[in-house]
Design a binder for this molecule. Structure first.
Ligand code: NAD
Length: 491
């Protein structure tokens, strides 16, 4: 917490206006590449949550009745504005998150993809009907918005993850209260401004900044009908349970420990390139990052020689500087936590073949260099925990079934990748791996917006995932009308 007055204090966005939070607790928002304080974010109170939910509830009364094509037109306009502001939004993401500018601009592109998908709401929200379910009786399934939706987002994708939620939620006629990550709240401020500029009516999208109290406020509020959460496993499980206890529909997309397998028939150079990007891009702070690499024994030495050299060649620095690939982790405590994991890995017997700890000493900001452990075992902490850092655990397996068994022993099952040239191996992998998003000969298998973001096991709590048709189902109720139309008068 801080007492500084010089930096900008963020406001909440409620009913179309920027308003001060009703709190005296604030937290600094840092540029993790420099340690500079960018802003102060309020830890808003339950009173602020109540104000936002009241505004969203009032707006719901009219927004749900705005014609679906008109809602779609606002989304088309929003898409245009986001494209025009893509570079500006990317810079905000880099400044508050630390990832390289090219990754940040690409992230904004992925967020825009969600808006494009949501703009298809007139067809996506169509119901269906059957003309003859009994003599002269027909049935029709209609879709309706659920009401006020609460969204809780993590620090690692300040643009894309909120866009997994509010564009489709409002397109389908709901109103929304977003609680962005307190570590990266700045991008959301610009996102809501641009949506208002596109013609979104007051109260449809609101922002309440803060942390635990705001989350609990949304989970407990009787007028919030659904909760979309993305974040860590521990918090996601809590959100899912507490939201469900209050009889809300909840989707919680959570932590990850993604395994990538490289077989002897793979194109090793392409695999090195894809896995370097997957493991060390965004400083390993991606829910789709490769955090465990399982190599077929026969090519392991050859692969590691190329891979380690490529990791050593990575350019580290401020993501705004040209050519930088690896930026900082998000906070000093994340840096310290990562350095502790590196020590733990060594203590538990893994072989440290590239140590990123030195970078932490040499720079301002919260840097950790690319770090690689070999000889990792499934009883080690660095295999088990989601480190969420540029630290890769490497293991060896004699064949694909052994590699798949290693991956399947993790409770976290967001994604998994396979590098191979064999169709039979690809089929074996697809049929036997217990993970929800698979990559074949690529490093980051994050599906485009028209598909569900479909983590398994403890990487997801709920039934309907974010994105794709799941998101339309999640944000709508169904009403089925069975109607008799007596035709006897026409006989
Ligand atoms: P986090 O769980 O710490 O925070 C997520 C949100 O929950 C934030 O808005 C935060 O304010 C709130 N929160 C934190 N602690 C809370 C508590 N005790 N009670 C109530 N609310 C609380 O996650 P993070 O560090 O911001 O983000 C990284 C995590 O998100 C990683 O685990 C990553 O794998 C996960 N993630 C998952 C996906 C996915 O699709 N599965 C996507 C992106 C990120």
């Amino acid at each position: 917490m801080t007492t500084q007055q010089a930096v900008k204090t963020l406001k909440n966005f409620i009913n179309g206006k920027w308003v001060d939070a009703k709190t005296d607790t604030f937290e600094d928002v840092y540029n993790p590449a420099t340690g500079e304080v960018l802003a102060r974010v309020p830890h808003s109170s339950s009173e602020d949550v109540a104000d936002a939910v009241a505004a969203a509830s009032a707006a719901f009364k009219t927004w749900q009745r705005v014609s679906v094509p008109k809602r779609a037109k606002i989304l088309f306009k929003y898409q245009q504005l986001l494209v025009e502001h893509q570079e500006e939004l990317g810079r905000i993401v880099t400044e508050e998150n630390g990832k390289s500018l090219s990754e940040a601009v690409a992230e904004v592109g992925r967020g825009i993809e969600n808006v494009e998908f949501a703009a298809g709401v007139p067809t996506l929200m169509m119901g269906d009907s059957l003309t003859t379910v009994a003599t002269d009786v027909e049935a029709t399934n209609y879709r309706y918005p659920v009401g006020v939706v609460g969204g809780i987002t993590p620090f690692n994708f300040p643009m894309m993850v909120p866009c997994w939620m509010f564009p489709m939620a409002v397109a389908t006629g709901n109103t929304f209260v977003l609680k962005p990550s307190e570590k990266t709240p700045l991008t959301s401020q610009r996102l809501v401004e641009l949506f208002q500029e596109a013609g979104l009516p007051d109260g449809v999208l609101n922002i309440v900044n803060g942390s635990v109290d705001v989350v609990n406020g949304l989970l407990d509020h009787p007028d919030v009908k659904a909760i979309s959460f993305v974040g860590s496993e521990r918090v996601g499980e809590y959100v899912y349970k507490r939201g469900s206890e209050h009889l809300k529909r909840v989707q919680a997309l959570t932590g990850a420990k993604n395994h990538t397998i490289v077989l002897e028939d793979a194109d090793l150079d392409a695999a090195v390139k894809g896995i370097i990007s997957s493991s060390f891009g965004s400083a390993g702070e991606r829910c789709m990052a490769t955090s465990v690499l399982v190599l077929q024994e026969s090519i392991a030495d050859k692969f590691m020689a190329k891979f380690t050299q490529a990791a050593k060649d990575i350019k580290i620095g401020n993501g705004l500087d040209k050519g930088v690939f690896l930026g900082p982790v998000i906070r000093k405590e994340n840096q310290e936590r990562t350095l502790n994991y590196i020590k733990t890995g060594v203590k538990e017997g893994a072989k440290l073949i590239l140590d990123g700890s030195e970078e932490a000493k040499e720079r301002d900001g919260y840097f950790v260099g690319p770090t690689i452990f070999e000889d990792v075992k499934t009883d080690m902490t660095i295999w088990h925990d989601e480190m969420f850092a540029p630290v890769l655990s490497v293991m060896r397996a004699k064949d694909l079934p052994e590699a798949v068994a290693i991956a399947n022993s993790s409770e976290l099952a967001n994604g998994a990748c396979l590098f191979t040239d064999s169709a039979a191996s690809i089929r074996y992998f697809r049929e036997n791996i217990d993970a929800g998003m698979l990559g074949i000969n690529l490093g980051v298998p994050a599906p485009i917006a028209v598909f569900p973001f479909s983590g398994w096991k403890h990487s997801f709590f709920g039934t309907l995932h974010a994105n794709g048709k799941d998101s339309v189902d999640f944000y709508t109720h169904k009403k089925v009308v069975t109607a008799r139309y007596d035709q006897s008068r026409f006989k």
